[in-house]
Design a protein around this ligand. Structure first.
Ligand code: SF4
Ligand code: SF4
Length: 189
């Protein structure tokens, strides 16, 4: 029969010799196991142990606030447009009188969602944003069993207020995944 690929080979059906009948080749495999037992362990005991990330690591998204605690996002949609995975959706709303302390611009994102199952953490949304409103932190979305848990809503992504929640804000800057706004909210839900 003509071979379709060069990967097929003839099965060796010779009767086993004396050494093969004693299963001696297994000693080779056991030797490899023994050798590895005395080598330095490469497994990271997560979550007790954390592997240091690369300085250019791109993790979970954070929606930024300005120094006065106002939301920076103006719902321009550039991040969604730049996203190759079409993971970002949003709905814009107009800032009302008296809401100047909440939203920096006249328009803001009333709804902002990122589907982390689609996201490839490329960072293009961060690069596209003209308002420094979104950045990828040094954390990552915690594991979950339900797909719905990976749809991060605005309240999951928005960084705590640097004035009223100073401590949470410092932690959510991305140095500790346990305290990131998104991670915390997802655990509570
Ligand atoms: S990191 Fe890349 S894939 Fe993920 S939301 Fe941003 S642009 Fe889309
Ligand atoms: S995060 Fe930035 S790019 Fe995306 S809608 Fe908000 S302001 Fe525009």
């Amino acid at each position: 029969m003509q071979k379709l690929t060069g990967k097929s080979y003839q099965v060796d059906r010779r009767p086993m010799n004396f050494g093969e009948k004693l299963y001696l080749p297994i000693l080779k495999g056991m030797g490899i196991t023994l050798k590895h037992m005395f080598q330095k362990k490469v497994t990271t005991q997560f979550p007790e142990e954390r592997r240091p990330f690369s300085p250019v690591f791109r993790g979970l998204h954070v929606l930024n606030r300005d120094e006065e605690g106002r939301e920076r996002c103006t719902a321009c949609g550039l991040c969604a447009l730049a996203c190759p995975a079409e993971a970002i959706t949003m709905e814009a709303a107009e800032r009302l009188e008296g809401e100047e302390h909440l939203y920096r611009e006249e328009k803001y994102a009333a709804k902002y969602e990122i589907n982390m199952l689609r996201c490839i953490f490329c960072g293009l949304c961060e690069e596209a944003c003209p308002k420094d409103a979104i950045y990828l932190s040094e954390t990552y979305p915690p594991t979950a069993f339900a797909r719905q848990k990976f749809i991060y809503k605005k309240e999951d992504l928005l960084i705590p207020n640097p004035i009223t929640e100073k401590e949470a804000y410092e932690k959510a800057l991305g140095k500790d995944m346990e305290t990131t706004a998104g991670a915390l909210n997802k655990r509570k839900s």
